[in-house]
Design a protein around this ligand. Sequence first.
Ligand SMILES: Cc1ncc(COP(=O)(O)OP(=O)(O)O)c(N)n1
Ligand SMILES: Cc1nc(C(=O)O)sc1CCOP(=O)(O)O
Ligand SMILES: [Mg+2]
Length: 209
Amino acid sequence: MELYLVTDEAACLGRDLFWVVEEAVKGGVTMVQLREKSLDTRAFVERAKRLKELLKPYQVPLIINDRVDVVLASDADGVHIGQSDMPYETVRALLPPGKIIGLSAETPEHVVEAEQWDLAYLALSPLYATPSKTDHAEPWGLTGLHWVRANSRHPLVVIGGLNQQNTTEAIENGANGIAVISAICSAESPRTAAAQLKNRIQAGQAKTV
Ligand SMILES: Cc1ncc(COP(=O)(O)OP(=O)(O)O)c(N)n1
Ligand SMILES: Cc1nc(C(=O)O)sc1CCOP(=O)(O)O
Ligand SMILES: [Mg+2]
């Protein structure tokens, strides 16, 4: 989840979502989340199955936002849950072995609670304010990121307002990866944008060792 693409068809500037995802993967995206907030269940499952097939040759995992049933129906690699979604224990009990779970943390209490769980990553929700999610929590900012880094054993993903200008600082300050919608979906070239973000992640990693 070093460079994590979260999909949003509305952010793709009228371009085909599957084209955007494949271009982004060719540019270096390492994880993809299918996030559908208004699609009906049948269409959601069809989209998930098609994305899973698309991503298979690239060996890029597919994560489904919110919906464990869609994970099961599409054989996706895992689910992302937030603080209003199905609770962690229920999700873990429903998923077969090998499926992964990512969780959003909006507060220090969420970070501490998550220490007992088996997570692929913990997402700081959000790092910065963003118009891409209108109901997001209070941003963590870099001070919050420092606190989470010191208090969590999980790989950390930051989401919300990440772009070419602030990716390196996020990695330097303790993030293991970044998750984005607009920086890739709304870029003129999703492939180039992904490659540039990857370079900025690597620049941040080089400064932390
Ligand atoms: C990687 C990642 N981080 C955070 C979120 C937000 O999850 P949630 O708070 O459940 O909000 P919705 O995305 O469901 O609106 C995410 N999806 N992915
Ligand atoms: C899907 C999502 N979750 C968030 C959270 O705070 O949990 S912010 C967000 C949208 C991120 O979009 P962009 O990269 O365009 O800022
Ligand atoms: Mg959710």
